[in-house]
Design a protein around this ligand. Sequence first.
Ligand code: NDP
Length: 253
Amino acid sequence: MALLSGKVALVTGGGRGIGQAIALALAEAGAAVAITGRDAARLAVVQAELAAAGHTALALPGDVTDSAAVNQAFAAARAALGPIDILVNNAGITASVKFAEMDDATWEQIMRVNVSGPFFCCRAAVPDMIARKWGRIINIASRAGLVGMPFSSAYSASKHALVGLTRSLALELTRYGITANALCPGWVETDMVRDTVANIREKTGRSDAEARASILALSGQQRIIPPEAVAAEVVRLASPAGDGVNGEAIVIS
Ligand code: NDP
């Protein structure tokens, strides 16, 4: 029997990048998977790919910053697949901005997506987990949730907040058989890195290779890792091998 068969997972931002890789890995491990995001067409493509590979998948378009939409998505997932066992808060955004030039809207949107979104999703998922005395909450934070990051103060602050939320839930919910952990990846090859590299090229005139070398030098990382490296860790945490891991902030770089 597959590792996660009988489990229901919901992955926010599951239409591309790390979230898409997580959705596929969870499905391959046997879970039924609901994916959310704003881009309905993109979600439909990923759902069709998963279904074509024989997996159970559900696309639920919606914005993670809208708490009513989040509640609706969870209700739809529950109705179609059953209660959520595994929640992966993956949707996230960043912006490279000099701190003194940060405007209110950019700051607030990063906090809404990266902190309030996971709050809304955890609040929607936890009652089912408590009732069933089992649950896995996996928050995709960042290395920037553990250390500072120049030109990314809002992002780093938001990811520190997400790590704090994770650690608090871990302590509060452990009595119900629920674990909460944060994954803290370094640079991962997705649109987020490609946009960051393009931004550096535009602002500094550096080549693609130079821009990539400069972000790696900042973090001391040797290479930009594939999304599948993060997805594999999500599966480990969701599976019995992850039972003893709670309240951790795990760096993958
Ligand atoms: P991408 O930019 O490739 O994907 C971001 C995802 O978030 C998309 O699926 C997007 O879906 C979703 N999303 C963004 N805003 C919203 C919103 N308001 N409502 C719902 N969904 C939203 O990024 P990555 O795959 O790289 O990032 C995924 C996570 O990993 C993020 O939390 C990021 O901070 C984190 N991370 C990434 C690293 C990297 O180097 N790439 C390193 C460390 C952490 P849609 O556009 O359809 O709404």
